[in-house]
Design a protein around this ligand. Structure first.
Ligand code: ASP
Length: 323
């Protein structure tokens, strides 16, 4: 009896000895840094904050947003690519940092596919053509006529070469066959402030930080570049309705970890991201800001890997290297 008890005790001890270190290593044991490659208040920042605040509850650790700006988001993305692949440094990238930057930066210090583990797609973000409140054209047809006639004088704000706002307006400008001056900012948060203040003429940006401004009447929205209107902006016509069907643009934001981050960590981050996207409050907030919530089949790391691949293939022939 005593022997059996002793044996059971020994077994328990060895079991505890086995369990304890494994438990001690359970990810995450400390706070996680989420690099946002643009300034606070822009779409990438806002989407990251909404989703990670819920993920932090699931993971039981805080997620600290670090805004690292510059070079259309490629400065931050380089830093994330070089970070230790232990799950404690992540990045919220987008169509620019993880696709359009490839053809635009011949010396890009990272490759979106080779240097990152995809975690999860967070949001689709339709593009809008937006202008300062007192920009003369009153609708998209007038805008087209006006910018063509004044292409030497007008300017378009963007978040740096290769950013979504830059690439989207490049697409618009190529359709209109104009080359207006671009005004770079560290993100479209500050670019939006400049638009509201009337310091720049127009921008092609992701819907997220535009919705509150459009609804408050501080800026003008000419059109949304998607096939359907967005429920958050029912009065904004599509580019097709407004007379420019050729301009179609939708971006996306997604979470990535440095290459070599363990599959178990990627799985727990992906699960936490999916849980956040299914949370009613998170969903409501993202939808109010016009984002498109990824459907379940698009939420896996594999689906994000496929998206990055297809987006690089899509943008590479369209964008010429920046000189
Ligand atoms: N929307 C921005 C872009 O143009 C970046 C940002 O999120 O501030 O890429």
């Amino acid at each position: 009896m005593t022997f059996i008890r002793a044996l059971a005790g020994a077994c328990l001890a060895s079991l505890c000895g086995f369990v304890a270190p494994a438990k001690a290593q359970t990810y995450p044991t400390r706070s996680i840094t989420m690099i946002v490659p643009f300034a606070a208040g822009g779409p990438t920042d806002v989407i990251s904050r909404i989703v990670t605040s819920h993920m932090a509850q699931t993971l039981g650790q805080s997620i600290i947003i670090e805004n690292v700006v510059g070079a259309g988001g490629t400065t931050a993305t380089t830093r994330a690519a070089r970070a230790t692949n232990d799950g404690y440094t992540l990045i919220t990238g987008h169509m620019g940092t993880h696709a359009a930057s490839v053809p635009l930066y011949p010396k890009l210090a990272y490759h979106p596919e080779k240097d990152f583990e995809p975690v999860a797609l967070l949001a689709g973000t339709p593009i809008l053509i937006l202008a300062r409140k007192d920009f003369p054209p009153k609708d998209l047809k007038e805008f087209v006529t006006y910018v063509k006639a004044n292409s030497e004088k007008v300017n378009a704000a963007h978040a740096g070469i290769g950013s979504v706002s830059h690439v989207s307006c490049e697409l618009l400008h190529s359709i209109l066959d104009i080359k207006p001056v671009g005004v770079p900012f560290n993100g479209t948060g500050p670019a939006m402030n400049a638009l509201v203040a009337g310091q720049v003429d127009y921008i092609c940006d992701q819907i997220v930080n535009a919705v509150p401004q459009i609804n408050a009447g501080t800026i003008k929205a000419y059109a949304i570049a998607t096939p359907e209107r967005n429920p958050s902006l029912p009065n904004v016509p599509t580019t097709a309705e407004a007379g420019l069907p050729g301009f179609q643009a939708q971006a996306w934001n997604a979470m990535f970890a440095p290459k070599g981050t363990s599959p178990a960590i990627i799985a727990s981050l992906n699960a936490a991201a999916i849980k956040a996207l299914d949370d009613e409050t998170v969903k409501k907030r993202l939808l109010e800001l016009g984002s498109v919530i990824p459907v379940p089949k698009d939420r896996t790391p594999e689906a994000l890997a496929a998206l990055v691949k297809s987006e690089i293939a899509k943008w590479t022939p369209v964008l010429k290297p920046a000189s």
